[in-house]
Design a protein. Structure first.
Length: 147
């Protein structure tokens, strides 16, 4: 039996039920729908890279992904005043992540981010998922994320 002291499974399913009704609070409807599709795809292992480990993602990972991608949607709206997380440019991304590394962009408590590279990895995973989904629809996205 797996021990789940932090109740990741319960947290994930309660969040999922909450956002089904109203969407994700304090972000645009477009971002909310996109993030919900992304998290659902990760939960069911749909549209992930062929080089990734097979199998569904853990509830710990799903909670981490949802928190970070929602963070990106909110922060990009604050910093760059964009309502769509997908409208961010490569230059803006590079400035954002370098600002996190240098300490210009701070956490809620005013401290610096210790590992901006973790945020970069999560955003790259989200962006590559977005590219793959749009490729299946016949759309091409041209931002190259080699951060």
């Amino acid at each position: 039996m797996k021990i789940n002291p932090y109740k990741h499974k319960e947290r994930y399913f309660s969040w999922k039920e909450e956002v089904k009704k109203k969407g994700i609070p304090r972000i645009s409807e477009f971002n909310s729908d996109l993030i919900l599709r992304y998290i659902e795809n990760m939960e069911h292992r749909i549209n992930i890279s062929t080089t990734n480990i097979k199998g569904a993602r853990s509830y710990t990972r799903l909670n981490t992904l949802r928190e970070k991608v929602i963070f990106f949607a909110k922060r990009f709206n604050e910093v760059y005043e964009t309502d769509k997380i997908t409208d961010i440019t490569e230059e803006q991304l590079i400035k954002f992540f370098s600002g996190m590394r240098s300490g210009k962009i701070k956490r809620k408590d005013g401290k610096e981010y210790r590992s901006a590279s973790d945020f970069v990895k999560i955003f790259k995973a989200f962006w590559h998922w977005h590219q793959k989904v749009n490729r299946e629809k016949g759309l091409k996205l041209f931002i190259s994320l080699e951060l």
